[in-house]
Write a protein that binds this ligand. Structure first.
Ligand SMILES: [Zn+2]
Length: 89
């Protein structure tokens, strides 16, 4: 991980305003205990790796959760201008 954990958690990678209720979203960095595929790049991440876990309450469906791999979050942070490329040692 290149950046402080809080940056990943606060990345708001999927805080897209679907129905204005994105405050339901919870995000945390987890060490996965079973393999998960990243919901952005669809790569299978082996257990023991860290991923960003997002959970949201979706109307009619209850809790939805998805996992995003660290490189995808880093790409997002860079693309969205939340970090400057090359600035972090
Ligand atoms: Zn990914």
């Amino acid at each position: 991980m290149k950046y402080p954990e809080e940056m990943y958690i606060d990345s708001q990678i999927f805080a897209v305003d679907m129905d204005g209720s994105e405050s339901n979203l919870t995000e945390k960095i987890v060490k996965i205990r079973t393999p998960h595929s990243c919901c952005v790049c669809e790569k299978q991440i082996p257990k023991g790796e860290k991923m960003l876990n997002q959970k949201a309450i979706v109307e009619g469906q209850g809790w939805c959760s998805c996992y995003i791999c660290i490189p995808c979050v880093e790409n997002w942070l860079e693309e969205s201008g939340q970090v400057e490329d090359g600035e972090v040692e």
